[in-house]
Design a protein around this ligand. Structure first.
Ligand SMILES: Nc1ncnc2c1ncn2[C@@H]1O[C@H](COP(=O)(O)OP(=O)(O)OP(=O)(O)O)[C@@H](O)[C@H]1O
Ligand SMILES: O=C(O)c1ccc[n+]([C@@H]2O[C@H](COP(=O)([O-])O)[C@@H](O)[C@H]2O)c1
Length: 209
């Protein structure tokens, strides 16, 4: 079934959505997907009371060397096996939108999905580098952001230039249910059960085998 969907480029289409839904957008290389991605998504679903999380499997992170990156279809297919949850939709829609930078992707999705309450989700390692992203302040002005704590970047992320700039708009963890409706900039740092997993670790293990 999943294989067929990838074969028909179903992963390039927008999943079902409707005005008023709260949808988390979780972008990543997913090379490969792992349980840390799933745990972060479940944390966001529950603590932010989201209806869905869409994984946006990138054609290639603009800040990474993407040589050797497996095909989008392969990464989507494996991500679907890992996600395995009715509220998590794995997509390759940046490829069909022909966007690479997150700011462009979010603009395009907001235009195509009027009335949807989107939240950008990222691990805390990405907050630490967020100030290097294209139009990062514009991203923060476009939609609320949820940062999920991740081993190794708890402190560097909150001490980062982006976190400093964003500090006045941080809402408390107890207000998670309000984030999707908050006027951006608005962001939250969610602490909870953490996963040590990373795609780098899995690629290194696979090389040793
Ligand atoms: N264990 C984890 N806990 C919380 N967030 C995570 C975790 N692993 C990845 N993420 C987040 O998931 C998103 C996609 O990450 P990505 O696909 O690059 O995985 P990665 O494990 O960070 O990969 P790599 O090791 O190749 O950098 C990013 O926002 C990242 O911060
Ligand atoms: O737009 C940018 O400048 C930008 C820079 C770095 C990363 N991103 C996005 O951040 C998400 C996480 O990337 P990664 O490779 O850490 O999984 C993914 O959706 C990337 O496209 C975006």
């Amino acid at each position: 079934m999943t294989q067929n969907l990838v074969g028909t480029n179903e992963h390039l289409r927008l999943p079902p959505h409707a005005p008023g839904l709260r949808i988390g957008l979780f972008g990543g290389s997913f090379n490969p997907a792992h349980d840390g991605h799933r745990l972060a998504s479940l944390t966001a679903l529950r603590r932010l009371q989201l209806d869905r999380v869409w994984w946006l499997v990138t054609p290639g992170n603009p800040l990474k060397d993407n040589s050797g990156l497996p095909s989008l279809a392969e990464r989507v297919r494996f991500s679907r096996q890992i996600a395995d949850h009715s509220r998590i939709h794995v997509t390759g829609i940046e490829a069909s939108l022909r966007t690479r930078y997150t700011a462009d992707t979010l603009r395009a999705l907001k235009r195509r999905c009027p009335g949807v309450n989107f939240v950008w989700i990222m691990g805390s390692d990405n907050l630490a580098n967020f100030h290097r992203w294209n139009e990062w302040r514009a991203i923060a002005r476009m939609m609320p952001i949820a940062v999920i704590d991740r081993p190794g970047s708890t402190h560097s992320s909150v001490a980062s230039p982006a976190a400093n700039w964003l500090s006045r708009w941080r809402i408390s963890e107890s207000q998670g249910a309000a984030l999707a409706h908050a006027k951006p900039p608005a962001w939250i740092f969610l602490h909870g059960r953490r996963s040590e997993l990373s795609s780098t670790m899995l690629r290194e293990r696979a090389e040793q085998d």
